[in-house]
Write a protein that binds this ligand. Structure first.
Ligand code: PAF
Length: 269
């Protein structure tokens, strides 16, 4: 596996990759959910796999959250080499945002609600870095997890609007046996909090089956969640709230805090 840390070195290494190229953008602290996206890329036709590991500062709305985000590049590199990845791109912030950097990509509509409200600036950071990663790598496909459903919708919109040439491919959420969605942030849960974590997925499934979101949010709070940012039935494409009877593809989105860890998850409805 080739390792690069600058856009110029990435471009050179990318030019040497022949055939259909898949990009899997990540922020590292890799788990089986990330590794599953590599398989998704291969199943979608990628013969060469590029994985980026970049903890993108512009998508964090709180400095303490950025500082505390888990990082282990050596372990990530070992896992990616094991998974047969061809190229690891791990730039630092100065390589991605050199002095004078002044551009931001904002995507209206899909970014207005939910994460957009609770994490101001987050989606502009995501859209900007994903646009850069795709432009720098020039992959045939770029793969993103369904776990961040609103992010996926935003990236699809952004790629269509800005004529990004990569096809956006979605990978299903990978869950532990008890239903908890795999996430790098889960590492911050205490054993007691981890034992409570499946109730978020259960609440989402209950809403998908017709339960009242407000009642399910109350039940999470009674069960020991510190707060619930949102729990909502939405149009899967526009992210606007919808009536359960609406004849559109629907999704239940939720984000809630267990102690200092924010869990985010979604299911089909
Ligand atoms: O989902 C993530 O890990 C990040 O938001 C992404 C897409 C890699 C952009 O930094």
């Amino acid at each position: 596996m080739i390792r690069t840390t600058t856009p110029a070195a990435l471009a050179e290494a990318r030019a040497a990759l022949e055939g259909h190229v898949g990009l899997v953008p990540t922020m590292g602290a890799l788990h089986d959910g990330h590794l599953s996206l590599i398989d998704v890329a291969r199943r979608a036709g990628a013969r060469r796999i590029v994985v980026s590991v970049f903890v993108n500062p512009t998508q964090f709305d709180r400095a303490d959250d950025l500082a505390a985000y888990p990082r282990d590049l050596d372990a990530d590199a070992a896992a990616l080499a094991d998974a047969g990845v061809d190229l690891l791109y791990a730039p630092d912030a100065a390589a991605m945002y050199p002095d004078g950097f002044a551009t931001s990509v904002t995507v209206d509509g899909v970014s207005a609600r939910w994460e957009g409200v609770h994490r101001p600036g987050h989606f502009a950071g995501v859209a900007t870095v994903v646009t850069k990663l795709i432009n720098q790598t020039r992959p045939d496909i770029a793969v993103f997890g369904e776990k961040d459903w609103q992010q996926l919708a935003l990236i699809r919109r952004c790629a269509a609007d800005l004529d990004l040439t990569a096809r956006i491919v979605a990978g299903p959420t990978i869950r532990a046996a008890d239903g908890v969605a795999l996430a790098s942030r889960n590492a911050g849960l205490t054993a007691a909090q981890r034992a409570l974590a499946p109730t978020l997925h259960q609440a989402l499934r209950a809403v998908a089956a017709g339960a009242d979101p407000a009642a399910e949010a109350d039940s999470l709070l009674r069960n020991g969640f510190a707060s619930v940012d949102y729990l909502a039935l939405v149009d899967a494409a526009t992210l606007e709230p919808v009536d359960p009877a609406a004849r559109v593809e629907k999704r239940v989105l939720g984000a809630a805090w267990l102690g200092a860890v924010r869990l985010i998850d979604n299911v089909a409805a």
